[in-house]
Design a protein around this ligand. Sequence first.
Ligand code: GRF
Length: 197
Amino acid sequence: MTRKRVAVLISGRGSNMAALIEAARAPDYPAEIVLVVSNRPDAVGLARARDAGIATLIVDHTPFGNDREAFERALDAAIAPHRIDLICLAGFMRLLTPWFVARWSGRLINIHPALLPQFKGLHTHRRALEAGVKRHGATVHFVVAETDSGPIIVQDSVPVVAGDTEQTLAKRVLEVEHRIYPQALRLVAEGRATLPK
Ligand code: GRF
């Protein structure tokens, strides 16, 4: 088995990244996490990745100002030496341009803390509570040009319960995230989930 070489892109805490690293420890897992990249130098997840013995890179977006594509070209160049097959976005808080999305088409996946197509965008837990939904969850999907809109790879839900706050709901959903992201990466790495042309 040739394991797919995966880069995880983060901006913060990196708990989904950690779940992927943990899953990829299994000898039969079809992917290895070879690189973690953060656009924020202070991302807590960077230390977690280093502790796990994984190479890390910082590609700070701030020097590029509003030029998103210039940032992405720098990011793309920085990861090139690592011969990356697949990219997992895990709390990576940058909108991507059509250039980057096309370049990595079918090899770029994201986790979103909601049952897509519900609650695209930010503050999903608050919006789920405001909407009064009975179930909420998380989705791993292929990234396409339109934000939070690509084909779904894995999705799972949890109940919303009386007295839930954004924090209690986020915690319950995060457990789902940590379970489904490794499942979804496995499907993509094995070629069992593909982005339709
Ligand atoms: C997760 O809820 C993820 O779905 C969202 O941002 C959060 C990142 O958390 N996009 P972490 O950095 O993986 O802990």
